[in-house]
Ligand binder design. Structure first.
Ligand code: ASP
Length: 423
């Protein structure tokens, strides 16, 4: 068993988790999975989440304070933001192109069956949107600055505030003379090493956890839908297919092309083998934030990208770069418009594209965040948020897939920034 490489063990665990759920569905023992397997998945998610915040804090401070001067930070920041923006623009374009060409929502007749759970979910999405729409357009800038860093550290949704604080703190460290910061440098170094070790230990046992997480999550999804997962997916088949096709184009064509053009000696096999554990974890957890510790580990250990780059590029990416999410939002909105018989002009589609870019930046890196932000994009197309109910049943499955692309995009941009900085 020891000889099997970790990424193969993880893939086997993932497949076993999926197969086991289908078997349990037929045997009628989904409740067993929910009672006895799902808790181990929850423990795993908690472990990953509690490691993520301190890891981001210490890795950014350690990475950025190691830069020689503030202008190096500015240059790296600019490259990172431009690259993230360009991959998201391509994602949005791919999504719009596919959904317009294939037209999954044309000639489709689906009854809108709303159970109480869905009605509650939609009204909470609407409430969230109504509160947000009264805010100033610059509120996102205000929200980035913490009022109290200890509050932000204790709140899993304040990752941007933690990044802001870490960058500010690290930039100030660059400006301080070396002899005045030796102690703090050493302390941060040691804390960073401890959290890295935690990631190593957790990853070693992650195949077992991934099995439990997938079996638990999929059982919950199929239990809530009496017709079973497969039949729901079939009903919305073409829509699901378009989203997955777009995501595959991003992961298998667009990112490899980026890597081929902008990095040296790119090898398909090496890259995907290196980040496979992070991709599978993204699929199992539907959360880029929870996956972040493992993404950092893969990029540093397997792709040999130094911490001063990965420690800066990846936490920002996990929070703001969501190519899979923006692609999915475009497809979902146009799909619903097609189904309702709305004509979307080119201008409206461009507006949808730019809103999806902003909405994906604003989405938190947690399960279903993209679905919540979909309301904003629907608003641009003049579609009632109630219609989200239609895509809701397949959202979890698509969330798992789009999170893989979000994480792959982060690792791609990190490799490109690394190769630019070598030049
Ligand atoms: N779950 C996604 C992520 O964490 C966000 C989303 O699209 O819902 O990257």
């Amino acid at each position: 068993m020891k000889k099997i490489p970790l990424h193969v063990k993880i893939i086997i665990a993932m497949l076993l988790g999926i197969i086991w759920t289908f078997l349990s569905e037929n045997l009628g023992i989904l409740q067993f999975n929910i009672d006895w397997l799902a808790p181990f998945g929850d423990i795993f998610m908690r472990l990953l989440k509690f490691i993520a915040v301190p890891l981001v804090l210490f890795s950014i401070i350690k990475g950025v304070s190691g830069l020689s001067n503030i202008s190096e930070l500015g240059r790296m920041g600019l490259k990172t933001v431009l690259l993230y923006l360009s991959t998201t623009c391509i994602a949005v374009f791919v999504g719009l192109f596919l959904v317009n060409q294939i037209g999954p929502g044309k000639n489709l007749n689906i009854d809108l069956k709303l159970d109480q759970d869905n009605i509650d979910k939609i009204s909470s999405i609407q409430d969230n949107y109504n509160t947000k729409s009264n805010e100033s357009p610059l509120q996102f800038l205000v929200d980035m600055v913490p009022e109290n860093i200890f509050l932000s550290l204790s709140d899993n949704t304040s990752m941007l505030q933690i990044i802001f604080f870490s960058l500010f703190f690290a930039a100030m460290l660059i400006l301080i003379p070396s002899k005045k910061k030796v102690h703090i440098d050493n302390l941060i170094d040691s804390f960073y090493e401890v959290f890295l070790k935690m990631v190593d230990v957790v990853i070693r046992y992650c195949p077992i956890f991934i099995f439990a997480l997938l079996a638990g999550t999929l059982s919950k999804v199929s239990k809530g839908n009496e017709e079973g997962i497969l039949s729901i997916v079939k009903g919305l088949g073409l829509y699901v297919l378009v989203v997955i096709l777009g995501l595959m184009i991003m992961a298998l064509v667009v990112y490899p092309l980026f890597l081929k053009f902008f990095t040296k000696n790119f090898s398909y096999k090496k890259f995907f083998k290196a980040i496979a554990p992070a991709q599978i974890l993204a699929f199992s957890t539907s959360s880029s934030a929870a996956t972040l510790p493992v993404t950092m580990d893969c990029v540093r250990d397997n792709l040999k990208i130094p911490n001063k780059i990965s420690g800066f590029v990846l936490p920002i990416g996990a929070t703001v770069n969501m190519d899979g999410t923006s692609l999915y939002q475009c497809v979902a909105v146009v799909f619903l418009a097609q189904m309702l018989g709305y004509e979307l002009s080119l201008i409206t589609q461009l507006l949808i594209a730019s809103t999806a870019i902003l909405a994906s930046i604003g989405s938190a890196a947690v399960p279903s965040a993209g679905l919540f932000m979909l309301v904003v994009v629907l608003g641009v197309a003049g579609i009632d948020p109630m219609w989200i109910a239609l895509v809701l049943p397949v959202d979890r499955i698509l969330d798992m897939c789009r999170t893989v692309v979000n994480v792959t995009g982060d690792a791609t941009v990190c490799s490109v920034v690394n190769s630019f900085s070598k030049k």
